[in-house]
Ligand binder design. Structure first.
Ligand code: PLP
Length: 358
């Protein structure tokens, strides 16, 4: 039972009941929440009111778009909120553990450290796939949460669905599958598995393909048991009304999101093939996301050259298995062009240097 996995204090938690939770029905005079009766001029209408009912509306829309039930949807202040909430719901500080598969998204480890939860690491193999034997050994320590980032950040690859299934079935705790980049490979989502596995949580976000990173809207999908606990523990008004309104507007433009996503994938494929032709590039890893992990002869040199031309990429060379690797986000066609021109210059510089030494 999922409830057995919860921390005792959370299992027994009586949630905060807000003004808007306690009144049902129609009203026109709202004097229950100590709000200001009117917004200042030139601000969005309704900004003076707490946004309880709006979140309900967004939840309806998300449930529709994702093909799940309302009771299976959690909306957070970014999916990072969901990561932290899950830790606070399930992991007893100084006692419980989580399991991660490095190299992977850094927030799992940071949230664990903040919550005084220790981290078991099962390192990915040379192709950045999960080693199921190694998982099984580590799983004997009974981690409360196991995080699978799929597609994985920073390696950009997807784990095989069968591997993910085995982990969900073998885990004695909750398995969190972080699908932050799934809109770039939507056919590979396992969101429908929440109907089968009560210990599965799927995270998604509007920060990446939907283009709403600044709005801070993250999503978690799971069994109603888990979702209701998350809703009890979260802050009452965790997502602001401007963000809710913007998210609703974005969700109405799903055709345009899909069109742009395809364009980004075209840019990615072009970027990947051009990078592969560069002398200084050793490897471009396969990607199901909107970024590429690229192994350079000299990552520091490439990073500096790009930076001095005002192009910022992410140096991942200190991550396990990522020696010499930069993570490059796919931008517009023009941005991809600018990046490639800069690396071509560097390639030419290096060739001159080699020639001069001969
Ligand atoms: C970007 C990213 C997120 C998104 O976080 P938000 O808080 O929703 O913006 C989540 N997980 C991974 C692996 C990411 O790379």
């Amino acid at each position: 039972m999922i409830t057995n996995l919860l921390r005792d204090n959370i299992r027994n938690l009586k949630p905060y009941s807000s003004a808007r939770d306690e009144f049902e029905g129609n009203a026109s005079v709202w004097l229950d929440a100590n709000e200001c009766p009117a917004a200042l001029p030139n601000l969005p209408e309704g900004i003076n009111r707490y946004p309880a009912s709006q979140l309900q509306g967004l939840k309806d829309e998300i449930a529709k778009v994702k093909g799940v039930k309302l009771s299976q949807v959690f909306i957070g202040n970014g999916s990072d909120e969901a990561v932290d909430l899950l830790m606070r719901c399930f992991c007893q500080p100084a006692t419980d553990k989580i399991l991660v598969f490095p190299p992977t998204y850094g927030m799992y480890g940071v949230c664990a450290a903040v919550n005084d939860v220790s981290v078991i690491e099962s390192i990915l193999d040379n192709d950045f796939n999960i080693n199921i034997k190694d998982f099984e050994e580590n799983n004997m320590q009974r981690p409360k949460l196991t995080f699978i980032c799929n597609p994985n950040n920073p390696t950009a690859n997807m784990q095989n669905a069968e591997t993910v299934r085995q982990i969900i079935e073998k885990s004695t705790g909750i398995v969190v599958v972080d699908e932050a980049y799934i809109d770039f490979c939507p056919d590979k989502s396992i969101i429908s598995w929440i109907n089968k596995y009560p210990n599965l949580v799927v995270l998604q976000t509007l920060s990446k393909a939907w283009g709403l990173a600044a709005a801070r809207v993250g999503l978690a999908f799971a069994s109603p048991q888990i979702i209701s606990v998350m809703n009890r523990v979260k802050f009452p008004y965790n997502v602001g009304k401007p963000s809710i309104d913007i998210a609703l507007k974005a969700l109405q433009q799903d055709d345009e999101m899909i069109r742009r996503t395809k364009e980004l994938i075209d840019n990615k494929n072009r970027l990947a093939s051009e990078l592969k032709s560069l002398q200084m590039v050793q490897k471009v890893y396969p990607s199901d996301a909107n970024f590429l992990l690229v192994k350079f002869d000299n990552a520091r040199q490439a990073y500096s050259k790009l930076a001095s031309n005002g192009i910022v990429v992410r140096d991942r060379s200190t991550q396990p298995g990522c020696e010499g690797c930069l993570r490059i986000t796919v931008g517009t066609r023009e941005e991809v062009e600018t990046l490639l021109n800069c690396l071509n210059d560097l390639n030419a510089d290096n060739a001159d240097f080699t020639d001069n030494r001969r």
